[in-house]
Design a protein around this ligand. Structure first.
Ligand SMILES: C[S@@+](CC[C@H](N)C(=O)[O-])C[C@H]1O[C@@H](n2cnc3c(N)ncnc32)[C@H](O)[C@@H]1O
Length: 376
């Protein structure tokens, strides 16, 4: 394994770009196998995640100087160099020479020639052909978030999600985004309440609920991910947290047995894109429709498990109208929820409309949608 951070970054980018590897899976593994110290690991992480988020904008700049599509390793080196020049403001001589020497020998001439041009262009100021290219998102995400949130809020959200997430630790040491902490706090429970977290892995919200004194059943469809809940349960010493493998569409629990049910549903993740550098390039518009179907099915199915007077809470780390207000409207109209009433949230940071509270991403928060019903 290499001890050159840029060489490692180029290998990681090739795997993410051409082999479909998940950035947040492949990179930690490669870093683990390397001899790099923690400072260099942080640098590689910034380079790989940053170049991946900014892929569309960087490619636009680089492609102007290419006559044909370069091989994957050369392309990765060019993105990496352009990222340092344009986004990190690394001095041209350092960015170019260090990136050239990290590239395989046969591509060094090409990488050197193109990066010099990129350095000149960057110094002069780069113009992008569209906002979507400048922001470095697929057109459909830009269009959809602008339609659903308004241009200004959407653009601010997208700019925020181009920066790395800050690390927030709870009092018990568990690392959890502040929006997720707010969601767990929004589940109305008393000490000893019986709570079902239907989509619980890796257990962030379930452990927060158990730490508040609830008895928590933490279900998830994926066995391997339920193992993560068990690990977190052990680390945090939470005895009254019970991991279960279950498909929430067919919940194996008694009707009217829970004081509260949390459905932290699978979603398009468009409010938390900074956490998964490559996610914006993977998710497709059609995925949103499939997710909406699943979200509605989970909520309708599990509503029968809530005791009279108990609560059903829905959260997603996305901002699309379909997955937030759309799902809430559809579910509220279903027969299963006729004895439920939407209860608005009064937390100040959230923007409430159409029965859904939205938290837009900022430096300290992922974007999140939240809604709760109480059973009559
Ligand atoms: C947003 S994540 C949950 C995050 C978790 N609540 C936390 O705070 O750490 C959504 C989870 O839903 C699970 N899931 C997907 N389909 C499911 C289903 N049909 N039933 C139960 N869980 C499901 C996924 O495996 C994934 O772990």
């Amino acid at each position: 394994m290499t001890d050159d951070p840029r060489r490692l970054a180029i290998s990681a980018l090739v795997r993410i770009d051409t082999e479909g590897a998940f950035a947040n899976v492949v990179l930690p593994r490669m870093l683990e196998e390397s001899d790099l110290d923690s400072r260099d690991r942080g640098f590689v992480t910034e380079l790989v995640y940053g170049s991946t988020r900014r892929r569309r904008a960087l490619d636009h700049v680089v492609e102007r100087y290419l006559v044909q599509e370069p091989p994957p390793t050369a392309k990765a080196a060019l993105r990496l160099g352009a990222y340092q020049l344009i986004e990190l403001g690394t001095p041209a001589h350092a960015a170019v020479s260090a990136t050239v020497s990290a590239a395989p020998k046969r591509f060094r001439g090409l990488v050197n020639a193109i990066l010099r041009k990129v350095a000149t262009a960057s110094a002069a100021g780069i113009e992008y052909p569209s906002d979507a290219v400048a922001l470095s998102y697929p057109d459909w995400i830009v269009d959809r978030l602008r339609r659903d949130l308004g241009d200004e809020a959407a653009d601010n959200a997208m700019r925020t999600m181009n920066k790395p997430a800050l690390v927030h630790r709870r009092d018990d040491g568990y690392v959890q985004d502040q929006s997720s902490q707010l969601v767990a706090e929004a589940v109305p429970i008393r000490e000893g309440a019986l709570v079902l977290d239907l989509c619980a892995a890796p257990g962030g919200k379930a452990t927060a609920l158990a730490a508040r004194g609830a008895r928590v059943v933490a279900a998830d469809i994926r066995r391997s991910r339920v193992g993560l809940i068990s690990d977190n349960r052990a680390t945090l010493g939470l005895d009254d947290l019970h991991p279960v493998v279950a498909d929430g569409r067919f919940p194996p629990f008694r009707r009217e047995s829970f004081d509260a049910v949390l459905v932290d549903a699978p979603c398009s993740g468009l409010g938390a894109l900074r956490r998964r550098a490559d996610a914006r390039w993977r998710i497709q518009p059609g995925d949103v429709d499939n997710l909406v179907e699943l979200q509605v099915a989970l909520l309708a199915e599990v509503s029968g498990l809530v005791k009279p007077g108990g609560f059903l809470v829905y959260s997603v780390c996305t901002l699309t109208a379909e997955e937030t207000s759309g799902v809430v409207r559809t579910v509220s109209d279903r027969d299963e929820l006729q004895s439920f009433e939407l209860v608005p949230h009064s937390q100040p940071a959230w923007d409430v409309s159409d029965g859904v509270s939205l938290l837009l991403p900022d430096d300290d928060h992922d974007g999140m949608g939240l809604a709760s019903w109480q059973r009559g």
